[in-house]
Design a protein around this ligand. Structure first.
Ligand code: NAD
Ligand code: IPM
Ligand code: MN
Length: 363
């Protein structure tokens, strides 16, 4: 069966890392006899520059038709002055919302070879395997009303709305419980129920749903404590489920535990299993154009794509094994290089992963 993947490189290092991931996908297709067509389109600042819109209708149409989407990153200083609706980030938020990609999986896995690159002591992070399940199409990111208004006294006031309906909470919690049942069997739901009503409801609905999953242990934690626990004793967590903004923040922190934000992939899924796959990091304008970006988060996102949208878990295992092998060989981009080590470029890393891909199981 022919399947289609849409490539959306986006801005700055997005344009350097997506081609590396594309090479890896092409080689996996050869190894596993997959019939996958690829097409590309513009999103973010690149789309604004070409068409005056960070998510042109033609991109959205191609995205709807694709089985899976591989995205680089959007945004950067060249676009920060634009009106909110024209900013690259708005294109990303819109595509997530238009495709209904409510379930954002952000696994933070410690590769044993990178234990020394972590900002925490080796014993705290070795063997770390956390899955953050972030709600992606609701919460304060999308709540209405929102805006900046001028008060009677002439002062301006900015406002946003933190809102979650029961059904939005239930569907993300269900995803988290189901994923937890297939791995460590523990869910930690992160909220701020001591202050925010929206998360009082969050806690209630998650607790109700837990009754359907007697084999999964549920714990609740306030977000400030969760941030502290992530850097104190991160291995206590299995699956963390949380809202859009808390998940955004906690996943960057979790990324750094694994050595670099350049290592953390993600999948954003809708109810029909279609997904956008992208690294958790941004467009890194500070290192763009210098061949310094670590492409592994994007390459590992291709593995998630094969597993969750393209029905080829063996191809996913093959990519993850190749990344492990490349790290075993001591190959490192600058973000994960040890103090006295030598770093390789973005494309050298991509090529090394391609060379390390070996078909070990039948698809
Ligand atoms: P960032 O993640 O782009 O960069 C933070 C730091 O991490 C920088 O020092 C950067 O050099 C480093 N870094 C990030 N990815 C790396 C990689 N693959 N290899 C090596 N180092 C890497 O976050 P930021 O600086 O806050 O944001 C820059 C722009 O990206 C902003 O416009 C922001 O809105 C956007 N952004 C986009 C996404 C996305 O597209 N999903 C995510 C986050 C931020
Ligand atoms: C991410 C990013 C985005 C988010 C921004 C760029 C809109 O930080 O994917 O983590 O906040 O979701
Ligand atoms: Mn983020």
């Amino acid at each position: 069966m022919r399947q289609s993947v849409l490539l959306l490189p986006g801005d700055y290092i997005g344009q350097e890392i997506v081609p590396e991931a594309q090479k890896v996908l092409a080689r996996v297709c050869e190894l596993y006899d997959l019939d996958i067509s690829t097409d590309s389109a513009l999103i973010g600042g690149a789309a604004y520059e070409a068409e005056g819109d960070p998510l042109p209708a033609s991109t959205l149409e191609k995205a709807r038709a694709a089985d899976a989407i591989l995205l680089g990153a959007v945004g950067g200083p060249a676009f920060d002055h634009l009106d909110r609706d024209l900013r690259p980030e708005k294109g990303l938020l819109r595509i997530r919302s238009e495709l209904g990609l409510f379930g954002n999986l952000r696994p933070a896995i410690m590769y044993p070879q990178l234990v020394d690159a972590s900002s925490l002591k080796p014993e705290l992070v070795s063997g770390l395997d956390i899955l953050i399940v972030r709600e992606l199409t609701g919460g304060i990111y999308f709540g209405q009303p929102r805006g900046i208004r001028t008060l009677e006294n002439g002062e301006r006031e900015g406002f946003n709305t933190y809102v979650y309906s029961e059904s939005e909470i239930r569907r993300i919690a269900k995803l988290a419980f189901e994923l937890a049942a297939k791995r460590g069997g523990r869910v930690c739901s992160v909220d701020k129920a001591n202050v925010l009503e929206a998360t009082v409801l969050w806690r209630e609905v998650v607790t109700e749903l837990a009754a359907d999953y007697p084999n999964v242990e549920l714990e609740h934690m306030y977000v400030d404590n969760a941030a502290m626990q992530l850097v104190r004793a991160p291995k206590q967590f299995d699956v963390i489920v949380t809202g859009n903004m808390f998940g955004d923040i906690l996943s960057d922190a979790a990324a750094m535990l694994t050595g670099s934000i350049g290592m953390l992939p993600s999948a954003s899924l809708n109810e029909s299993g279609q997904g956008i796959y992208e690294p958790c990091h941004g467009s890194a304008p500070d290192i763009a154009g210098q061949g310094k970006a670590n492409p592994l988060a994007t390459i590992l996102s291709v593995a998630m794509m094969l597993r969750y949208s393209l029905g080829c878990p063996a191809g996913a295992d093959c990519i993850e094994a190749a990344v492990g092998q490349v790290l075993d060989q001591g190959l490192r981009t600058a973000d994960i290089v040890s103090r006295d080590g030598v770093s390789i470029s973005t494309s050298e890393m991509g090529n090394a992963v391609v060379a390390a891909l070996v078909k070990t199981q039948t698809a």
